[in-house]
Structures are given as structure tokens and as C-alpha cells.
Design a binder for this molecule. Structure first.
Ligand code: HH2
Length: 286
């Protein structure tokens, strides 16, 4: 770690992101029939590709393509089906080498195929639940997002409990970062994510966001995803299609406190919000 704080370069195959200059915005493309906020809207390959291009035009720095919902109780999707959903979308988008693609999967075989088709990042919300994942990422040179989740999507919202949520998430991420290093994925390729909404109550989620600065000492950039999530809905008493402003507020605060990548469904508005948060964070530096 540099004396200034986390090392702010992220190596993703032939692409190196400099996160010191500005926060990256990762646009979500769910090629699923059942995602919690947009299930079915971008399930057809043509609709997914058109949506992806729209998010790029709105200023997304990278796109997160997922073929399996992580919402509590979502049905598992086989390897073959995830690849069937993702392949045409990856092929169409990777034809332009400027486009940086992440694959949101916990399945090593799916990650492997997505990397063959041109993805540069693996976003693994389980942080290596699949024992083959680390080797796939190691040999590809891909960037990696390691997220904290308590339990599995099926069990995670059953009475989540922590003595100290920020401390426990920090320890978990430190251990996963070490596991990545031991498996041949150097730290320079890793971004860490506290996993907002994954095995946490509303109070846990807000505490994690409020104490985000405590995760900076892990020495790697932090990714935060709050977009449309239930912590916003429960606080504002609003359905999933009316959570934009709440998500922008939470994302801006997260960036001010140290997040360097923001994962969102709403790219244009998020780019504007995080640019202001970047300016505020910059203004605080001596
Ligand atoms: N949140 C979701 C999915 N993947 N990955 C990371 N690294 N961090 C997150 O916070 C995160 C994530 C949930 O959002 P979405 O993809 O829209 O929903 P679903 O899982 O239902 O497809």
C-alpha cells in the first residue's frame, strides 16, 4: 500500500484503470428473466446489446454482464444456460476492443468462457465459492471483484447477525484477498466490495457505508453497489422503480468516503452524481 492509501491502479488484462483520477462507473446489464429490478427487460440478446450500448453512451467505464440473479431465493442457472445467455452479448460487445466487459458469475466455467470471448473482469459475488475460480482468473490476467456475502443468496437474509459488521467484513475481505494472492492473482488485479444487501439488515448496510473508510486500509480500491436495492426502498418506502435519488445520494456519499468503482443500473445520473462526489473528495485533500 502506498503511504497515500490504497493503491489506485487496477490491472485487467491489457487495460489498466487509474482510479486516482476519477471514480469508475460500472453499468449493469442483466441478461436474466428474474433480476430484482429489471428482470426480463434485457433477456433477449438484441435488447441486452442495445441496452449495453446505451449505458456506454451514457458514460459507463465498464459493463457488468450477468446471467444469473443473486436476489434472495433466485433459481440457480446451469453453466450451459449462463453461457447460452451471455455468449451472443459478449461476442457483439467485445468486437469493439475499447469496451471493457466484466462477467458477474460465481461459476468458474462460465467465467472461463466469458474471458475467452473477451471479458476483462470477473465479478465473483461469492469470492471463490467455486474452487476452480481462482485458477481461471489467475491464468487469464483478468481483473477480479471479490465481494463479501454472508451465506448464499438462498440463506443470506435469514436473520443476519454481526458483532461488528465493518470489522467482520474487513476481515473476510482481507482473507479473500490473501486467498487470491496465494492462488496467483496479484493484488493489483483485485477490487474489493463490502456487498451491500448481501446478508445484511438495513442497519448493517448503512453502517457499512458510513464506515467505508475503515476498509481503505485493505490497500485495494473499493467497489460499492447500492443501485435500486432494498435498503433504499425500505428507508424511503418506495418500489424498485423509484429509488434513483436514494441510490444517487448513497453512491455519492460512498465515493466521498472512498469508493472508487460504483456499480449501477442508472449510468447517466450516476456519472453526474459521482463527478460531484469526486470533486468534493478532491477538495478535502490537503
Ligand atoms: N449486486 C448485485 C449483483 N452483483 N456484484 C457486486 N460486486 N456488488 C454488488 O453490490 C452486486 C453485484 C445485485 O444487483 P442486480 O445485478 O441488479 O440484481 P440480480 O442479482 O437480481 O440480477
Amino acid at each position: 500500500m502506498s503511504p497515500e492509501g490504497p493503491e489506485l491502479h487496477w490491472h485487467c488484462r491489457d487495460r489498466v484503470f487509474d482510479l486516482s483520477a476519477r471514480t469508475l462507473v460500472m453499468g449493469v446489464v442483466n441478461v436474466t428473466p428474474d433480476s430484482f429490478s429489471d428482470g426480463g427487460r434485457f433477456f433477449a440478446p438484441g435488447a441486452a446489446v442495445a441496452h449495453a450500448r446505451q449505458l456506454l453512451a451514457e458514460g459507463a467505464d465498464l459493463l457488468d454482464l450477468g446471467a444469473e440473479s443473486t436476489r434472495p431465493g433466485a433459481a440457480p442457472v446451469t453453466t450451459a444456460e449462463q453461457i447460452r445467455r451471455l455468449a451472443p452479448v459478449l461476442e457483439a460487445l467485445a468486437a469493439d476492443p475499447r469496451v471493457c466487459l466484466a462477467v458477474d458469475t460465481a461459476n468458474a466455467a462460465v467465467a472461463d468462457r466469458a474471458l475467452e470471448l473477451g471479458a476483462r473482469v470477473v465479478n465473483d459475488v461469492t469470492a471463490f465459492a467455486d474452487p476452480g475460480m481462482a485458477a481461471v482468473v489467475a491464468r487469464s490476467g483478468a481483473g477480479l471483484v471479490l465481494m463479501h456475502m454472508a451465506g448464499t443468496p438462498a440463506t443470506m437474509q435469514r436473520d443476519p447477525h454481526y458483532a461488528d459488521v465493518a470489522l467482520e467484513v474487513r476481515e473476510h475481505l482481507a482473507a479473500r484477498l490473501e486467498a487470491a494472492r496465494a492462488a496467483g492473482v496479484p493484488a493489483e488485479r483485485v477490487v474489493l466490495d463490502p456487498g451491500i444487501g448481501f446478508g445484511k439488515t438495513v442497519r448493517h448496510n448503512f453502517e457499512l457505508l458510513a464506515r467505508l473508510e475503515e476498509l481503505k486500509s485493505l490497500g485495494r480500491p473499493l467497489l460499492v453497489g447500492v443501485s435500486r436495492k432494498s435498503l433504499l426502498g425500505k428507508t424511503l418506502d418506495l418500489p424498485v422503480d423509484q429509488r434513483l435519488e436514494g441510490g444517487l445520494a448513497a453512491s455519492a456519499v460512498a465515493v466521498f468516503l472512498g469508493a472508487r468503482v460504483v456499480r449501477t443500473h442508472d449510468v447517466a445520473a450516476t456519472v453526474r452524481a459521482v463527478r460531484i462526489a469526486d470533486a468534493l473528495r478532491e477538495a478535502r485533500r490537503p
